[in-house]
Design a protein around this ligand. Sequence first.
Ligand code: NDP
Length: 345
Amino acid sequence: MFGLIGHLNSLEHAQSVAKELGYPEYADQGLDFWCSAPPQIVDDIKVTSVTGQQIEGKYVESCFLPEMLATRRIKAATRKIINAMAHAQKHGIDITALGGFSSIIFENFNLQQIKQVRNVQLKFEQFTTGNTHTAYIICQQVEQAARQLGIDLNRATVAVCGASGDIGSAVCRWLNARTDVADLLLIARNQERLQTLQAELGRGKILDLETALPQADIVVWVASMPKGIEIDTQMLKQPCLMIDGGYPKNLATKIQHPGVYILNGGIVEHSLDIDWKIMKIVNFMDVPARQLFACFAESMLLEFEKVYTNFSWGRNQITVTKMDQIGQMSRKHGFRPLLFENLPV
Ligand code: NDP
């Protein structure tokens, strides 16, 4: 059985879905209440592969909210993740994806040191960040959506915001090894980590966001920001492809500007309807029966293939070979990257 550890993207969002999830007592509560709320299994899921194979899983709501980080309630944030992991394990789940901020909190606050949660001895090998599949899908979106918009990769400049992160560095590795993209712009705050990546790639320009955006034909957003940012669309090239893989989204507003094309990044579409209620309730996707985060799909793929190991783990260790491997599983079971609906592939 596979598991998905998820969270909602703001307090407001949490309040609005609590009632529908069957927790009316959570609906009018503030952040303090969510800080003390325990994890809950809120959905049972069935997924059918295009091969005909069927698997079952559970959705664990951790009750973490990004506001906990923004208001420095670190202890509450870390407790949410570790308790959700223990909850998943107690319910006999073999492989669980740490969705959205869960894996970032796990890494940033060294939660691997916590091995025991009450009577549960955590088995980290039964968890995956899902970042290998996310990075693979984002790279497919870069290649295929660029084609849809008539952007020639071998003449294109690609900026990666969050380049030194786990997903960002994997995206850079793939673009460097598997495409002939003309130029790579590397963006993040910590310069040392960017320089390490630049040395590994043997290319790429380290720039701040304001300098990079006007030069980019494609921008991949994979920064771990608890809240999205506003950007001035006037400074962008046209056409400009923006792939926003952040959760919550890195871009604060729905940009509506001719020539600027925004794609929901790190999202896959399954070929068959998935039997679940959660995606309809949380309202993340346009087609909730088929669309989902690629990191969640990674735990489904590992369950289909009975690979009960932490396929994606740690930081900045995702290789192009592992991206190929998960990509092959993804295609075999009927997942494909989300692209622009009205444009030919
Ligand atoms: P990491 O923590 O490994 O990396 C985050 C990157 O963002 C780092 O390079 C960090 O560098 C950079 N960053 C953080 N804040 C800023 C900022 N204000 N400006 C510029 N750069 C910034 O995160 P992951 O790679 O694991 O995840 C990245 C994003 O992808 C997150 O939003 C996450 O929720 C989302 N995600 C989406 C999934 C999906 O299925 N679609 C699955 C998993 C994650 P520095 O600190 O030096 O600035």
